[in-house]
Design a protein around this ligand. Structure first.
Ligand SMILES: [Zn+2]
Length: 459
């Protein structure tokens, strides 16, 4: 079976084939850096990190773009009296910090909206030329997308233009309340640094246009996968698709949308006071446990947070990590994806069924523990390699790689084990016992298998 993904535009599972064989191009809507990340941001970024890892593990080269919206109404408002650019950088650093702690891979490109104003201007000029955008009738630098000129408008979310409500504030020179801003005229009360010279006057970009322009800049007129949270489907992604296709680009081949995070079954919102802070999470468990929990629901299902979520995830993760620590002599980093079990592949290929994939890991851990107790070295070694490969695909390797001891220590232990083995061969059991005691004093527990001796460090 090959990878199937749920294309939310087609509203069905489709077999995934990249446009260029062996190479996958992905665009994921990144954060608007207006306030610190919440659980929804972390989950969304993680979903596409796992997809990227699975595509890589299945032999694809992946180019991933995740943008940063560093100019926006809310960035300017939340910056207050501060320089909005400095404020935006500070918030971006909070996102980067959380992403790094969750062990997310760096995207191939991480463009900022403010770095691509020229690309956006070029795209808007093209839309105007083709009759799909217009400068406001009031002569301001407001530029709008002309939804009435684009019969396909609404195709992503399967809506008809005549049934849409549009912006309640239909002014600023719009022809229709459904028309959305491509560029927003500079307002005198806004800082001058937040305005760029455009052919229509001083203005800043609307939100949607940046993703169309940056996706084209890095991935070209068509690419494989566009990802983002369900909350971005309308209007953001609908508008991205309208802009890009009206400009003649085929844009994304697959649209993926991840569901949201709920808190005790309720929608997460600041007004309800149910937002969960990063501090609350780290008090309940490690970053490995947080990552484990965030990936534990299939991405199209809501993920519900409750008081015990992280604790339970930590317990589940500890069972896996405990097995690896008990049975792995050295913290060998190399992972061989050939060891990935078929059931795990099938789960991941089935629209990224991560809960199913986690179940396979736990099943292999149980089999490995049985092999360990039964001194079945071949079986044990296979289970260890399988678990390591699967953990790597899910990006959980960091959860068991905190350096517990140095390489020198590891070598010292291996040497002592070798000497103990030699003493036993020479029937010098007193000497062999002395060495075992010496190792115990170093915090090392020995497990004699049939042919080899395994050790673990309880440091
Ligand atoms: Zn976007």
């Amino acid at each position: 079976m090959a990878l199937e993904l749920f294309d939310s535009k087609a509203q069905e599972l489709r077999a995934f084939t990249p446009i260029t064989p062996g190479h996958v191009s992905m665009y994921v809507c990144g954060p608007t850096v207006q306030s610190a990340p919440h659980l929804g941001h972390l989950r969304s970024a993680l979903v596409y990190d796992i997809l990227q890892r699975w595509l890589s593990a299945s032999g694809h080269e992946v180019t991933m773009v995740r943008n940063v919206t560093d100019i926006d109404d809310k960035v300017l408002v939340n910056a207050g009296n501060r320089d909005w650019r400095e404020f935006a950088k500070e918030v971006e650093a909070k996102f980067d910090d959380a992403y790094a702690k969750l062990s997310l891979r760096e995207p191939t490109h991480k463009p900022h909206a403010t770095e691509h104003i020229d690309d956006m201007v070029a795209l808007v000029q093209k839309l105007i030329k083709l009759g799909h955008a217009y400068q406001a009738a009031d002569g301001s630098a407001n530029v709008f997308f002309d939804t009435a000129s684009w019969p396909r408008y609404g195709e992503l979310t399967n809506q008809k233009l005549e049934n849409m409500e549009g912006e309640t504030d239909a002014s600023h020179g719009r022809k229709s309340p459904n028309d959305f801003a491509l560029f927003k005229a500079h307002k005198p009360e806004e800082p001058e640094t937040a305005a760029w010279k455009t052919p229509w006057g001083l203005a800043r970009p609307g939100w949607h246009i940046e993703c169309s322009a940056m996706a084209k800049h890095f991935l070209g007129e068509s690419f494989d996968i566009h990802g983002g949270g369900l909350d971005l489907r309308f209007p953001h992604h609908e508008n991205e698709l309208a802009q890009s296709s009206a400009a003649g680009d085929s844009f994304a081949n697959f649209w993926l949308h991840n569901a949201l995070v709920t808190i005790n079954g309720n929608k997460m919102s600041k007004s309800l006071g149910n937002g969960v802070s990063v501090e609350q999470l780290t008090e309940a468990g490690s970053w490995g446990a947080i990552r484990y929990w965030l990936s534990s629901a299939q991405y199209r299902s809501n993920l519900d947070y409750s008081e015990s979520s992280i604790r339970d995830a930590q317990a589940a993760l500890d069972r896996i990590v405990g097995f690896l620590k008990r049975t792995t002599n050295t913290r060998r980093v190399e992972v061989d994806f050939d060891f990935i079990p078929l059931e795990f592949k099938e789960a991941m290929d089935s629209d990224l069924n991560v809960p199913g994939a986690l179940a396979v890991i736990h099943e292999r851990v149980r089999a490995g523990n049985t092999a360990f107790d039964g001194k079945d070295e071949a079986k044990l070694s296979e289970c260890v390699e399988q678990v390591k490969a699967m953990m790597a695909v899910l990006g959980l390797t960091f959860a068991y790689q905190e350096p517990l001891y140095t390489e020198e220590f590891s070598k010292q232990v291996e040497d002592l084990i070798q000497k103990r083995h030699e003493a036993k061969m020479a029937k010098d059991f007193a000497r062999a016992d002395e060495i075992r005691v010496e190792l115990e004093e170093l915090g090392v527990t020995l497990n004699d298998m049939k042919d080899i001796t395994m050790w673990s460090f309880n440091g």
